[in-house]
Unconditional design. Sequence first.
Length: 314
Amino acid sequence: MYAVQLLMSSQREPGSVRHVEVGEDRDGQRLDNFLIGQLDGVPRSLVYRLVRTGQVRVNGGRARPMQKLRCGDSVRIPPVACKPPSSGAPPEKLVNEIRRRVISATAEYCIVDKPAGLAMHAGSGLSYGLVDVMTRLDSAWRPVHRLDRATSGLVVFAATRTALATLQRCFAEREVSKRYLALLSGQLAQDRITVDAPLAKIRDASGQHRVVVDEAGQPARTHFRVLERLAGHVYVEAEIETGRTHQIRAHARHINHPVAGDERYNPEACPDGLRRLFLHSHCLHLPWPEEQVFSSPLPPELGAVLDQLRRTGP
């Protein structure tokens, strides 16, 4: 596996941007699949980002990932550098950042505000994750639950075996209240909506793992509450009663209002300036060892997107 990095303008060598003409053997092929063939080793998520941000062009114009190419089309492909990931311990700079993000630490547990882009665990080309960083801070801390790599916000770590077992039971028995801030595409018809639909993990035609509504799946329930209606989007708070993989993202996609910036479930629509998934775990209510509520403000980069949409108008 490879760590993938876009070359900045100052790093580009002459001719590093390629213009590839689509041949007869690629006539009718989707743009995303064409790019994957041209950019060997680059993850599909980065391909969607390149297209969404306008760095990939077809015949000089912006395109969509699923646009079908025609023989003779000219595809602009930006430079991408692929290099093996570094191995070993998490960098000291990251360790110090996570140390500053510890919201509360007691004899029983620790609450940390995870940044977007940091996975919980190493693997799939990643040499370290949040768990490795937390172990550097305190070898006793163990994760009670998880957040998606692309999601930011509150994560609980237990400090003892008793705390780990107790808190995991609280999560399993739905005694923990978890609320998220999200930006959805389109406009919800109602100010409050509950999605009660079972979810199942699948592998799609491209080989990518995703979660879909399926009667044979696990029960899942998400409550969406409108906070603000904006241009082409709605800012919501989402509360989940269950903790399924990609639950909010899959349920939002199911009601045809996917989360903005979601490269897996919403690759074709993204507000200007949004460079990540607009999903943030902002409130966590723990019932043990005493009733306590923890909160995390919306990250500045997401707040800037809301401000831009507000200036655009409803």
